[in-house]
Write a protein that binds this ligand. Structure first.
Ligand SMILES: *Cc1c(COP(=O)(O)O)cnc(C)c1O
Length: 427
């Protein structure tokens, strides 16, 4: 059979029930699993046999949903995490530890920026932040001998810059390291970063994948394409024996398709324990079943809102990569020809005060620290997600004090535009 379409995968991938088995994925609400002999349990512990023994390591419900996300991204293996933060931390820490260095786009999500710039620095991992618009020369100059990965977001939250995935992949591969792309905003419905050279994809499944504001979660997907053994000296964690698993060498035992996720599960999930609950994985799967139906509507509504705001006299700028004339429109058309995301950022001629006033008067758009929900919501990043940053860092992250981020939901576009119009009248 030729490769199935993204919609078929959204609905059916990851779980095929046998005769008489439940049609919906079962929620295996169990911490542990029973075995007949200690010998068999021992083989599971040694990764000699695959099987479930403790839900912190693996759970069947989570594995079904992870398998669906792997299929959606076109990857070889995937795992769920408790949040997008955990997914990005694990994805980077799986290959970069104390004494290592990572190159990251400067416009990434504020939570990820804090994780890298503050918390992971305390763990001894250094980061160089580069503008997503940098030249190839500038990008190549950011690498050091101890660089272990490159990190960026397909569409940055909330700066809405579009990553030139091919440019970043080229630089990463020229230096023998993988490109990790956070594909939260585009989702695999609108962009599949592996097709453009990315090696690892991460998600905050809290956003469009769940899509209903119901469960915080994350995912990591491996393309299986990065050749760890060809750069063995850079990635000893994957290419030399792991003493905590009786000398297993992940890249040899699990192949390029399985090494990254197996190590990430066996070491990082074992030791840090940021698991997604099977209940949440079930809810996430409900969201995934309609992802391909919801994404076009989010994009359609966002485009209608962006077009309305662009011509409004009280608005100073509109950022939406799906909008013609946007700085990133041509990159968006290349990487996401069928749509980008439902998030629009814009600024006010009246500055920060006007932004805050506007938000108070919205009736459909609620003020929330959230995006990618079925219900429209908005946020003032400078006083919320990005309040840790000084003015210089805000500018580097693509955020001005008057910027409002609006996540267009699945309501009728005409109602969203009318709500925005009446709130603007009161500014
Ligand atoms: C929200 C978000 C995260 C963090 O995810 P959580 O699920 O909130 O932990 C990471 N990256 C991007 C692009 C996000 O939008």
């Amino acid at each position: 059979m030729s490769e199935q379409g993204i919609g078929t995968k959204c609905v059916q991938a990851g779980y095929t029930p046998g005769n008489g088995e439940p049609r919906q994925i079962p929620i295996i609400q169990s911490t542990t699993f029973k075995y007949a002999t200690s010998e068999q349990m021992g083989r599971l512990f040694d990764l000699e046999e695959s099987g479930y023994f403790y839900t912190r390591l693996q759970n069947p419900t989570n594995d079904m949903v992870a398998a669906k996300i792997a299929a959606l991204e076109g990857g070889t293996a995937a795992m769920l995490t408790s949040s997008g933060q955990a997914a990005n931390f694990y994805a980077v820490f799986n290959i970069a530890s104390c004494g290592d260095h990572v190159v990251a786009s400067s416009t990434i999500y504020g939570g990820t920026y804090n994780l890298f710039h503050v918390t992971m620095r305390k763990m001894g991992v250094d980061f160089t932040f580069v503008s997503p618009d940098c030249t190839e020369e500038e990008l190549n100059a950011a690498f050091r001998p101890n660089t272990k990965a490159v990190f960026g977001e397909t569409i940055a939250n909330p700066a809405l810059t579009v990553l030139d995935i091919e440019k970043f992949a080229r630089a990463a591969h020229a230096h023998g390291v993988p490109l990790i792309v956070d594909n939260t905003f585009a989702t695999p419905v609108n962009c599949r970063p592996f097709a453009w050279g990315a090696d690892i994809v991460t998600h905050s499944t809290t956003k469009y994948m769940d899509g209903h504001g119901a469960g915080v979660g994350g995912a990591i997907v491996d393309s299986g394409k990065f050749d760890w053994l060809a750069h063995a000296d850079k990635f000893p964690g994957l290419t030399t024996p792991d003493d905590s698993y009786h000398g297993v060498t992940y890249a040899e035992k699990f192949g390029l398709g399985g090494a990254f996720i197996t190590k990430c599960t066996a070491q990082l999930m074992r030791d840090f324990g940021s698991i997604q609950s099977p209940q949440n994985a079930f809810i996430l799967n409900l969201g995934l079943e309609s992802l391909h139906v919801r994404m076009p509507r989010h994009c359609e509504n966002a485009l209608a809102v962006a077009k309305f705001l662009k011509d409004h006299p009280k608005i100073s700028f509109v950022i939406y990569p799906g909008l013609e004339g946007d700085k990133y429109h041509s990159l968006a058309m290349k990487y996401m020809p069928h749509g980008t995301c439902g998030v629009v950022s814009f600024g006010f001629k009246g500055g920060r005060a006007a932004a805050e006033e506007f938000m108070k008067h919205l009736k459909l758009g609620a003020i929330e620290t959230h995006v990618a929900d079925a219900r429209t919501c908005c946020l003032h990043p400078a006083s919320a997600t990005h309040r840790q940053m000084n003015d210089q860092e805000l500018v580097a992250a693509g955020i001005t004090p008057d910027l409002v981020r609006m996540s267009c939901g699945l309501e009728d576009a005409a109602d969203l535009v009318a709500d925005i119009a009446q709130a603007l009248e009161k500014v």
